[in-house]
Design a protein around this ligand. Sequence first.
Ligand code: SF4
Ligand code: FES
Length: 208
Amino acid sequence: MGEHKKMSEIVVQIDGKEVKAMEGQTVLEAAQSADIFIPTLCFHEKLEPYGACRICTVEVEVRGWSKLVAACLYPVEQDLVVKTRSEKVDRIRKMILEFLLAHAPNSHQLLDLAQEYGADKDRFEKESSFCILCGLCVRYCAEVKKKNAVGFVDCGARREIRFIPEIAAKECVNCKECFPLCPTSYLQAAFVLTESLAFSRDASHDVP
Ligand code: SF4
Ligand code: FES
């Protein structure tokens, strides 16, 4: 026997439909392979799953027990029963959207989802940040481009993205591949980049 275990095919049930999946796949991957839609905000097929936004929450039933899990992280197993919509699922997605809309009230992606789940965009007090900390730009730059030109700074409520001026000045101008990944605002991401570059230019002028 080789060292590597052969991946076996298993069958799961998603929204009442039998779906063939490979051991090691996530619920999200299995659903996508069967054209079953699960909303995502921090998932990208080229990146390691991150599990930050939780909008992909689904209800799974394992050996008679049901629980809410993040579809982008949860691995499939034989006879798993998945509901991509249920009262509990919809309630949690609605709450997540109301919370995220406080940070990014103009995001078309969030507003479309809010309509679907009946989320009130004004439920929580607005906090001035367009970033919902999905990490797509940061992880794409690190994992795909291997440049680390953008990262998170600060923590808690003050956490935000920042381009690293020395790297951004060389790498970002001709790349910008992270902008369209942003679920909230392409333009804001561009603004943050421009600001970082302007800051680096000003700082270099200050050097005697
Ligand atoms: S700027 Fe956009 S892509 Fe980057 S972490 Fe924030 S929401 Fe996500
Ligand atoms: S897409 Fe699963 S947690 Fe964001």
